[in-house]
Design a protein around this ligand. Structure first.
Ligand code: 26V
Length: 818
């Protein structure tokens, strides 16, 4: 009743100081006369949280009043990183907070460094989900994110003697000010048990008698939009023992065991699976998937039923996006709820399911697609298995109408895979139901259409869409590169590009302006200085700011070819070693920076990390080389490390064998920051070249459609002499650990070389040489750098989200009034 339109909370510097001190005293429970940086961060975060909550409440009241169609984004992973700086920028109160803290004797940036990352995801798919949440909020879409609140996020990587070791990520140990625990928002999620048949009102019904119940408790994470009052919700579920569970054990007196067993329920949301390569058919993983899907759907249906009673209206109010196939058990769950609980007949329920679901595929390789062993699914979710069989039966009937007796095709398209381990193909389930299925770049969609899902494409071409990925310029320019942000706004004469990225193309006009060049180079140098300090603190390696900072940061995978990079570094080292002093003067000095985590059980990836360290040891301590070449491995790569590294990079490498990277989003962040790209024609790099002009990047290597034929050639395909030489150096123990590296060398020689390192090596070196030549001409380089930023507009997640909203979800913005 007393509320001002712009909220209770005042945002002037004096009010913010008081607010922070109140939180020091009453939330953190420290004396307002004596608190350290971490306590100051906690108080600051709570003060920001209050402001987030205010907008988040207003947004939800507004959504409730307008009751628009909502998009529910289901993802098993969200890689949010830090929240403080992003929040104050999106709320538009960064300067006021900076000022308030200065008055209190603190520095905003120092306090921001106190925050740990929320790392509830592995890599690309999870960070994409975070960027998309930012865009959904900024563009005022009525959206909800749903996921799992893992107790332990992605493991911490520590390096001991050059080897990766994994440690748990205790991210919740010091509390998490960005979430709101909703003890009253909780739902029971059932597992196991049996199916019974009953006759109800003369109709045969299946009744699932579950054997276990676990409670899902909501933790809400407000996501503020930029330049809007809207703040949407990311609701993450944590598992808690159910109150109803195992009551007999108490009454029979086995009190201690009953408590111990209860606690086991919590393991469901304990830990994020750190392997993003292959699905292992693990019971816990299936339980995680169903746990978050079931809780989310109960929540969504409850919200729908608050205002509606007829499920015919469901598709007008609900769109469900499944982020890769991980949440696709939701299709069977919707069918179960509609048929078993809401008593809809099958075809009506199926019609509803087909009109609400859409799916994004992030994988390229069939082994990235999940298969759940039938025995496992039948034991954990017996009713869902029956439902999937029924869906499959009807699918097969439909296919027979189109394809007659083409049994090969039928068996490829079947949701049930026969074989040694009979399994459910979750991708086929998604394709059977979803009204749209999208790839994440044009090349990727082509691969889905012509290889991975060829049969489905021939049947339902209209379902297949391209939604080229994007990243948010709020996080990847405004938060992480404030100097670049100021330059862009100054030269465009507006900050409007932060919400309307198309405007960034206006920079092209000034690409040759010497004044812009001066500012641009200063910005890059300051960012390089910050990065150099970080490198020295972490690795004790001193690097020269005049060197080209050449970066490859991403998960370590054979297909991403970090090994190609390292072999290229060895070649460069070998060349320098064989030069006289006058030749050396012509060498472009480089700092080669590599960072990324290997899945704990992924031996090849772990060996690549060790090789990187072994090469660094040799090169960095060789007096013949000095500043001409330095090699650095940045440990524990994560979102906030990326925020520091990307703005300080000159060149970034994206080396996947063509046809293997669905999209790649790292390259977009580098592009926005004016780093030049050295890349294969894979994933989104193809579209980047179209936007900025191939002449403004360094493209190389086999093309997507050449790769299969090159593989066919197999053993006859020999790499260059240069390639043989660098591999030999590793084999001969030039960098030590001869025996350990043998198997790694074998992967690229002796007829193996599945990822074509040998074939691409010569052209890789040529592309590197072209980058060197361009770097020598600093005017040209700066111009290319400006054109990269200017051409990055297409790769904003705002564009991607607009496309999803219009082409898949059919939703409209719902803007909360200020
Ligand atoms: C996949 C799997 C496979 C089954 C086992 C568990 C598990 C856990 C995570 C994942 C996610 C890997 C998929 C992924 O991150 N793909 C990346 O998605 C990016 C966003 O679309 C895209 O840019 C990258 O090219 C693609 O590799």
């Amino acid at each position: 009743m007393f509320r001002l339109m712009d909220g209770f909370l005042k945002n002037d510097s004096i009010s913010l100081q008081k607010d922070i001190l109140d939180h020091v005293e009453f939330t953190v429970a420290r004396s307002r006369f004596n608190f350290d940086d971490f306590e100051a961060y906690q108080a600051l975060a709570h003060s920001v949280r209050d402001r987030l909550i205010e907008r988040w409440h207003d947004t939800h009241l507004h959504f409730k009043k307008k009751d628009p169609k909502r998009i529910y984004f289901l993802s098993l992973e969200f890689l949010m990183g830090r929240s403080l700086t992003n929040s104050v920028i999106n709320l538009g109160i960064q300067d006021q907070y900076a000022d308030a803290l200065t008055q209190l004797g603190f520095d905003f940036e120092v306090l921001a460094e106190q925050e740990g990352d929320a790392a509830l995801g592995n890599g690309g798919l999870a960070r994409l989900a975070a960027c998309q949440m930012d865009s959904l909020a900024t563009l005022d879409y009525p959206a909800w994110g749903y996921g799992l609140r893992y107790q332990y996020g992605l493991f911490r990587q520590i390096i001991v003697d050059g080897f990766q070791h994994e440690q748990p990520d205790f991210w919740l140990n010091f509390g998490n000010p960005w979430e709101i625990e909703r003890v009253h928002v909780s739902y029971p999620v059932k597992f196991y048990g049996t199916i019974e048949e009953e006759v109800l009102n003369g109709k045969k019904c299946k009744i699932w008698i579950p054997g276990e119940s676990v409670e899902a408790v909501a933790y809400d994470n407000p996501i503020p939009g930029y330049g809007t009052r809207n703040a949407i919700n990311l609701r993450l579920w944590a598992a808690k023992p159910s109150d109803q569970y195992d009551m007999e054990s108490y009454t029979t007196g086995d009190y201690i065991n009953a408590i111990v067993n209860r606690q086991k329920a919590e393991t469901i949301s304990n830990v994020l699976y750190p392997d993003d390569r292959s699905y292992q058919g693990k019971e816990l993983r299936l339980k995680q998937q169903y746990f978050f899907v079931s809780a989310s759907l109960q929540d969504i249906i409850r919200r729908f039923k608050d205002l509606h009673s007829n499920f015919d209206e469901f598709p007008d109010k609900v769109a469900l996006q499944i982020n890769d196939t991980h949440p696709s058990i939701s299709i069977a769950e919707v069918m179960r709820v509609l048929v078993d609980e809401e008593n809809l007949d099958w075809s009506k329920a199926w019609g509803i399911a087909c009109s609400i679901f859409s799916v994004t595929i992030h994988a390229v390789q069939p082994e990235g697609l999940e298969k759940i062993p039938v025995d496992l699914l039948g034991s954990v979710l017996p009713r869902h298995l029956e439902i999937i069989y029924e869906i499959n039966h009807r699918l097969m009937e439909e296919l027979k109408k189109s394809f007659g007796q083409d049994y090969d095709r039928l068996s490829r398209m079947s949701i049930v895979e026969e074989g040694a381990v009979k399994s459910i193909r979750m991708a086929n389930l998604s394709l059977a139901c979803c009204h749209t299925v999208n790839g994440v770049s044009r090349v990727h969609l082509e691969t889905l259409k012509t290889r991975v899902f060829k049969d489905f494409y021939e049947l339902w071409p209209q379902k297949f869409q391209c939604k080229t990925n994007g990243v948010t310029q709020r996080r990847w320019i405004v938060v992480s590169n404030p100097s670049l942000c100021s330059i862009i706004s100054k030269w465009l004469g507006t900050e409007a590009w932060i919400r309307n990225i198309d405007l960034i193309a206006g920079l092209r006009e000034y690409a040759k302006d010497p004044d812009l060049h001066t500012e641009w180079k200063n910005m890059k140098r300051v960012n390089k200085m910050r990065l150099a300090e970080y490198i020295e603190t972490l690795t004790s390696v001193k690097v020269s700011l005049d060197a080209m900072f050449d970066v490859q940061i991403k998960r370590i995978h054979a297909y991403k070819r970090q090994l190609l990079n390292i072999l290229g570094i060895i070649h460069r080292y070998d060349c320098i070693k064989n030069m006289d002093e006058s030749d050396k003067r012509r060498v472009v000095p480089r700092v080669c920076i590599i960072g990324g985590k290997a899945a704990p059980g992924y031996e090849v990836a772990k060996k690549i990390i060790k090789l990187c360290h072994a090469v660094a040891d040799k090169v960095n301590n060789d007096p013949d080389v000095g500043d001409l070449l330095k090699v650095v491995f940045i440990p524990d790569y994560n979102v906030s490390v990326a925020e520091l590294v990307i703005p300080g990079s000159d060149l970034s490498q994206h080396l996947s064998t063509a046809g293997h990277e669905a999209s790649g989003t790292g390259c977009m962040k580098f592009l926005m920051n004016g780093c030049l790209l050295l890349a294969t024609a894979d994933g989104s790099a193809v579209e980047i070249a179209e936007e900025i002009g191939a002449a403004n990047m360094f493209l190389f290597g086999a093309k997507v459609d050449e790769v299969p034929a090159l593989r066919e050639k197999g053993t006859t395909l020999k790499g260059s002499l240069q390639f043989a030489r660098v591999v030999r150096m590793v084999r001969d123990g030039y960098f030590g650990f001869k025996d350990y590296f043998k198997s790694l060398c074998d992967t690229v020689e002796d007829g193996g070389d599945f990822y074509l390192l040998g074939y691409d090596f010569a052209r890789y070196l040529e592309a590197q040489a072209a980058a060197d030549r361009a770097f020598v001409d600093q005017v040209k380089w700066t111009q290319m750098s400006i054109l990269s930023t200017a051409g990055s507009g297409k790769f904003s997640s705002d564009r991607t989200i607009e496309e999803y909203a219009q082409q898949s979800w059919g939703i409209e913005p719902c803007k909360c009034p200020f």
